[in-house]
Design a protein around this ligand. Structure first.
Ligand SMILES: [Zn+2]
Length: 62
């Protein structure tokens, strides 16, 4: 962990990694996704959702 942002609370939205759709309805607990459902592709596994920050890190890495 290179940096920690104590002010970074719940993100405004999450991104579904399957279809890259912003998801505004989710549960955010203890700095991670607890529950989320993608209304587009139906993904409901918390592992299928990431924050915009993580998404950008992921897409710019490769
Ligand atoms: Zn989706």
């Amino acid at each position: 962990m290179m940096s920690y942002h104590p002010c970074m609370d719940q993100p405004e939205y999450l991104l579904c990694i399957n279809c890259e759709t912003p998801c505004y309805t989710f549960e955010w607990v203890d700095l991670q996704v607890k529950e989320a459902v993608c209304t587009v592709c139906g993904a409901d596994d918390p592992d299928d959702f990431i924050t915009e920050e993580d998404f950008e890190a992921m897409t710019s890495a490769g």
